[in-house]
Design a protein around this ligand. Structure first.
Ligand SMILES: Nc1nc2c(c(=O)[nH]1)N[C@H]1C(S)=C(S)[C@@H](COP(=O)(O)O)O[C@H]1N2
Ligand SMILES: [Mo]
Length: 310
């Protein structure tokens, strides 16, 4: 286990240039160990980002934490399976089919899709429905940039997402705990919200395979399973899309899945969480309404009963 990495540098305070340079130095020390276990050739290239006012000032988890304790059932159900097996996934070339209620449907090469987006560093809280959490410095851009580019039609009300199906490379897909592909969905206004990003990296480097290379969704006010990995299809629809965890256990996992300390999972409390990497003696932390993003997103749910629309 790597030692927890400490710095008094506030990520959100530094200029993009200095941020970038500092990170390169930091990575050389802190990340070297973890990087050795990531088999993404693209990792050699750093991504230029700008900081974001949406970033938290909390200290991010180490790259070691973020890349060694994962949920990615395409590679197995164990927390260590993704780190062990995701290097088998080919992430280049990569294309995303965008279809449904859009003006410009098509198969978009990833390079073309992201060539003119503004990449930002977004340091977000991340809360899994299993009641553990991390702070992750994503590299990404607002999903609304893609949606605006392809032209959302007026009848569209939802966005659905699908992960790649490739059992030769995703060994967990040879088993049927999930009806592949892994699916997720958002209401259109949630998808257009500036906090909702498509992430292509972590700590200024390309996305490690186990975290959803080459591109994944991150919706920081929702439970982690909404943040679908390795996306190959985005569809605009007028009906609520089917989502994987809801298909498996509708009583336990609703369509919204907003982080809410007042609405317990049927089998455990959601009032507190364990911060990964905090050490065995660390106290559990209080879980925050909407994972701490209530001020930004609560309006989206005005008039809704959050205990019914869980
Ligand atoms: N395709 C796919 N996406 C997925 C999952 C998965 O199993 N398959 N697991 C989800 C869950 S439960 C969580 S908590 C997060 C974990 O993201 P991380 O491993 O990058 O922390 O990914 C989500 N996205
Ligand atoms: Mo999760």
């Amino acid at each position: 286990m790597a030692y927890r990495f400490k710095t008094d540098l506030k990520w959100s305070d530094v200029t993009p240039k200095a941020d970038f340079l500092n990170r390169r130095q930091l990575m050389a020390g802190a990340g070297a160990l973890a990087l050795g276990s990531i088999a993404s050739p693209a990792l050699a290239a750093s991504i230029a980002t700008v900081p974001s006012p949406y970033s938290t000032d909390l200290e991010p988890n180490t790259l070691e934490d973020i890349t060694s304790y994962n949920n990615f059932y395409e590679f197995g159900t164990g927390k260590e399976d993704p780190a062990r097996y995701a290097s088998a996934l080919t992430t280049d070339p990569w294309s995303i089919k965008i279809d449904g209620l859009v003006d410009k449907p098509g198969d978009y090469g990833l390079e073309d899709l992201i060539s003119d987006v503004q990449m930002e560093e977004r340091i977000y809280r991340f809360r899994c429905v299993e009641a553990w959490s991390m702070v992750i410095p994503w590299v990404g851009f607002e999903l609304n940039q893609i949606l605006n580019k392809v032209g959302v039609q007026s009848g569209a009300k939802y966005v659905s997402f699908e992960t790649l199906v490739r059992p030769e490379e995703m060994r967990g897909q040879k088993r049927g705990y999930i009806e592949w592909p892994y699916r997720e969905g958002l209401r259109l206004d949630e998808a257009m919200h500036p906090l909702t990003i498509m992430a292509t990296g972590i700590y200024g480097e390309s996305m490690p395979n186990q975290n959803g290379a080459p591109i994944r969704l991150v919706v920081p006010w929702k439970y982690g399973f909404k943040s679908i990995k390795s996306i190959v299809r985005i569809s605009l629809t007028d009906t609520e899309p089917q989502t994987s965890w809801n298909m498996i256990q509708p009583r336990e996992y609703g369509f919204y899945s907003n982080v809410n300390p007042e609405v317990d999972h049927p089998r455990w409390s959601q009032a507190t969480e364990r911060r990964v990497g905090g050490g065995v003696f660390a106290k559990r932390q209080d879980t925050l309404m909407m994972n701490g993003y209530a001020e930004e997103v609560m309006d989206l749910y005005a008039g809704m009963d959050l205990s019914k629309n869980y």
